[in-house]
Structure formats: structure tokens, C-alpha cells
Design a protein around this ligand. Structure first.
Ligand code: AMP
Ligand code: ZN
Length: 496
């Protein structure tokens, strides 16, 4: 089987994945700015990295996964001027900024849990690392790559490039383009050059989120937190840095510049970027007003949807597209995913009960054995080819066809050898549960199910079929349920 390959945005090619310090892997993913509910586009990016995290663990790597919470410094418009997104929302709602942060952090975590995205190993916040951000700014200044202007500190891109570094190498932007494309708005008045970016901003009188610093009261620039928290928890060099494609520039470009400027060390070995979730071909985004929120999906209250869809249906839909391709959200795509998800979960129930009988004198079916081995290796090859879940899922559905044929008696399970039987069962279960992170959510309502069985019980009693009545009572008892025969009705309760 081929080794794991990942597409590295920095080198623009697929590379064999060789961690800096195996079996350990350090992975940092830019987390949400918690000023609003996450939309399904955000969910796509975090689910893509959850799948990457799960697969690396499946391969035996010990992964430290750091995903931050941006709770200060991300300004409206993503540039160096304007209000802080969180402070703006706080003012609007007449709340403390930290109340905004708490509300949307909790919402974010509960959505992640519903989609079955595993929690990261560390979830640091920008406001929890102000001291480190000031220290990093000082280091960059000491190295000559930043300057003070009216109480704010800016990164000096031209000094950085003069020192033979290459600002723009990740995103492919050229500094000249940045200059001509810049707007007057971006704090240019105090910057020496439009391509420079803020490490620390002086707080105006109205600005409510502010901390003391050697340069007076202010707050950190948006890009700094990720350089600080990734290096603090993963070291000056680590394996994987991820985020959505829209973060390549300026955010990730600036992260590299800050780390190199402070530590003279290239921070990240593999840069991974997810493609966008779109609606009718346009990127889903809060500012464009075309975002769909998880609760709108779960309740079916968005105009694009004809019905409600569950979190696992959403997850299944996401698996069907490779993370570097765009994915268009539509009612039809969700409907198909809902069907696919149910098929896979039915398969999971079957496969968990499947038993192999050794020592049966049944001739082995070499053709089936070879086909199953081929399907399994295609599933791994898919995942090893830059985490191509679409290919792996297609393989899983082929494996499911085999499983259903065994279940229906079209094929005989005992015509496999024990090794191939184990391979079928273990691969199916571990792909569904551990790697794809799909889980059962269609729990039937116990009350409804009991209602149906009590009807059968009532009928048996009515027909004086006491053998059947006793049998049913015994079944109920083995499930910890007692049937209560009352004068005019029959009810049930859990055995006390
Ligand atoms: P934000 O909270 O805006 O910083 O975004 C959190 C993450 O979601 C970032 O990695 C973004 O790149 C990502 N993101 C935003 N919109 C989309 C989208 N439409 N599709 C996929 N990822 C997105
Ligand atoms: Zn970041």
C-alpha cells in the first residue's frame, strides 16, 4: 500500500507525510471567531480536519491537535482597521464581550459534538495569551522586523524581504500587487507601507477590549494569536497547520512571517487548506447573507430546504467530497446523503452481528476473497491519497454490497477464510465509526416501540394464547421491563 501523501499548499504538491518527530504529530487548525453562530461552511472546514485527525490516529500517530478560539483581535473586514467583531456584537447586544464569547463558544462546541467532531487536545483562547503575544511582538521588534507608530506595532514586510525572506510564498501573492490593491482604509495613515500588518493595535478611547502593554493600552492583531499558540503548544516547528482556503492570505502568510521574524524558524512542515462550501456556486459566508446555520438544517427551516436533515446526514454529505474540492449545498445532495447514511448504518448493524463458523467444510471462494481485498486496499489508498474520503466512501459502499450479499444469503460468509472475514468486519466497522465518525442517531422512540409490542401482548391475552403471553412477558423481563396488567389497561415500566 502506498504511504500517506498530503497536498502541501506551501510547495503546491503532494508529498509523502513524514512527521518531524514520529510517532508524534502536531496539528494546529485555526478555530472560529466566536461572535456569531457557526454556519455550515465553517462546519465543513472543522469536519475536514476532524477526519484528518481521526485518520492520523487510526494510522497509529499520537496527535496533539490544537484548535484555538479567536476571542479578540479579529476586526470587521479582516484588515487592520475597524471594530473588533466581538466588541461590535457586544455593543449591539449590550453585553460584555466575554458574554458574547461564552455564548458562541458553547454553541460552537455543542455543534461540533452533534456532528461528532472530536474535541481538540488543546483549545486555547487569544485572550488567554496576551502576555505571550506581547512577548512575541517584542521579539520581532528586537529582530528588526517591526516598528512602532502612534502606539501601534506593525510588521515591516520590506525589511523582512530584504533579509531574504519571502512574504507571499504561501499564497502566491506578490508585494507589488498588495500595494496596488490596497485600500486607504487599512490603517495606512500610520503604516510605513500598505503591505505591513498590525501585531499590536493601540486602543482608541471607545475600544472596550484592551490590555496594558509596553506601548500603552491596546489589543493584539488577529494573526499573532495563532503564531503564539501554535509555537507555545506544538513547538517552533510542527507538522500540520490547517484552515479554510480563505485564510491563506493574509492570515497564514502573516503567521509564517511572524514566526520567522521572531524565531528565524520556518514554523510549519505541511500547510493544508480546505475548499469552500458553496450555495449555488457562491461561497457560504456570513457577510454575503447566504449562510445556513446548523439549527436551520436540523429543523428544516431554511428556504433552501424542503425538510429537516440530521447532523449525521450532513457529515455523510461532507464525506462524499474531497476536502480540496468545492462542495455545493443543495436539498438534493442532502436527500441523497440521508439515504446513503441510513444504508451504511443498516450495514453496520448487520456487520456487528455477523459470525464466522470455523471448521465448516465449505470450499473457499477465491474470487470473493480477492475482490474484498481489492476493495479494502482501495479504501486505504483513497485515504492515503491526501485524505480522499470520497474514494474511501465509494469503497465502503462496495464493501457494504458484499456484506449485504452475505446477509441475504446470495453469498456464503463461510466461503471466505477467517482472515478475509475479519478484514471485512474490522475494516467496515473502523471506517464507519473511527475514521468517518458516523454514529447511530436514529434511535427509535422506546415508548412507540413498546406501544406496538403491548398491542401484540393484548391480542395474545384476548385470544387466551397463554403460551405466547408468557413468552412475551419473559422477553420483556429479560430487557428489564415489566408488563403491568391492570383492570382496564395494560402498561409497562422499568423493573425496579
Ligand atoms: P471564521 O470563524 O470566520 O474565522 O471561520 C472559521 C473557519 O471556517 C475558517 O477556517 C474559514 O476558512 C472556514 N470557512 C469560512 N467559510 C467557509 C465556507 N463557506 N466553506 C468552508 N470553510 C469556510
Ligand atoms: Zn489562525
Amino acid at each position: 500500500m502506498q504511504a500517506l501523501k498530503v497536498y502541501n499548499t506551501l510547495t503546491r504538491q503532494k508529498e509523502t507525510f513524514t512527521p518531524l518527530n514520529p510517532p508524534y504529530v502536531g496539528m494546529y487548525v485555526c478555530g472560529p471567531t466566536v461572535y456569531n453562530y457557526v454556519h455550515l461552511g465553517n462546519c465543513r472546514t472543522f469536519t475536514s480536519f476532524d477526519l484528518i485527525y481521526r485518520y492520523l490516529q487510526h494510522l497509529g500517530y499520537k496527535v496533539r491537535y490544537v484548535r484555538n478560539i479567536t476571542d479578540v483581535g479579529h476586526l470587521v473586514g479582516d484588515a487592520d482597521e475597524g471594530e473588533d467583531k466581538i466588541a461590535k456584537k457586544a455593543k449591539l447586544e449590550n453585553l460584555e464581550p466575554m458574554e458574547i464569547v461564552q455564548r458562541y463558544t458553547l454553541d460552537f462546541r455543542s455543534i461540533m459534538q452533534l456532528i461528532n467532531n472530536l474535541p481538540p487536545s488543546i483549545e486555547p483562547t487569544a485572550t488567554g495569551h496576551i502576555v505571550e503575544q506581547i512577548e512575541m511582538t517584542q521579539k520581532i521588534m528586537q529582530n528588526g522586523f517591526a516598528y512602532e507608530a502612534k502606539g501601534s506595532i506593525y510588521f515591516d514586510v520590506s525589511k523582512y524581504n530584504e533579509a531574504n525572506h519571502e512574504y507571499g510564498k504561501l499564497s502566491g501573492r506578490v508585494v507589488d500587487e498588495l500595494i496596488s490593491g490596497s485600500r486607504d482604509l487599512d490603517g495606512q495613515g500610520e503604516k510605513q507601507a500598505p503591505e505591513d500588518f498590525a501585531l499590536w493595535k493601540k486602543a482608541s478611547k471607545e475600544h472596550i477590549m484592551r490590555w496594558n502593554s509596553p506601548w500603552g493600552e491596546g489589543f493584539p492583531g488577529w494573526h499573532l494569536e495563532c503564531s503564539v499558540m501554535s509555537s507555545k503548544y506544538l513547538g517552533l516547528q510542527f507538522d500540520i497547520h490547517g484552515g479554510g482556503m480563505d485564510l491563506k492570505f493574509p492570515h497564514h502568510e502573516c503567521e509564517i512571517a511572524q514566526c520567522v521574524g521572531a524565531n528565524d524558524t520556518e514554523p510549519v512542515k505541511y500547510w493544508l487548506h480546505t475548499n469552500m462550501l458553496t450555495v449555488n456556486g457562491t461561497k457560504m459566508s456570513k457577510s454575503l447573507g447566504n449562510s445556513i446555520l446548523p439549527h436551520e438544517l436540523f429543523t428544516g427551516t431554511h428556504t433552501l430546504l424542503t425538510q429537516a436533515y440530521s447532523a449525521m446526514t450532513l457529515r455523510f454529505m461532507m464525506l462524499q467530497t474531497h476536502y480540496r474540492s468545492t462542495m455545493d449545498m443543495s436539498n438534493d445532495a442532502l436527500k441523497a446523503a440521508q439515504k446513503g447514511y441510513k444504508r451504511v448504518m443498516n450495514g453496520l448493524r448487520i456487520v456487528k452481528k455477523m459470525q464466522y463458523q470455523e471448521n465448516l467444510e465449505i470450499p473457499k471462494d477465491e474470487k470473493q476473497i480477492a475482490e474484498i481485498e481489492k476493495i479494502v486496499s482501495e479504501m486505504y489508498e483513497g485515504m492515503n491519497d491526501d485524505f480522499n474520503t470520497a474514494v474511501a466512501l465509494a469503497g465502503l459502499l462496495n464493501l457494504l454490497k458484499k456484506i449485504n450479499s452475505f446477509h441475504n444469503g446470495v453469498l456464503n460468509i463461510n466461503s471466505l477464510d477467517q482472515k478475509t472475514f475479519d478484514l471485512t468486519k474490522n475494516t467496515f466497522i473502523s471506517f464507519v465509526e473511527d475514521i468517518f465518525g458516523l454514529r447511530e442517531e436514529n434511535q427509535a422512540d422506546l415508548g412507540e416501540v413498546m406501544h406496538v409490542f403491548l398491542e401484540i401482548y393484548r391480542e395474545a391475552k384476548h385470544n387466551k394464547n397463554f403460551e405466547q403471553v408468557d413468552k412475551l412477558r419473559a422477553h420483556f423481563k429479560s430487557l428489564g421491563v415489566v408488563v403491568k396488567d391492570m383492570k382496564d389497561k395494560i402498561d409497562w415500566a422499568f423493573e425496579e
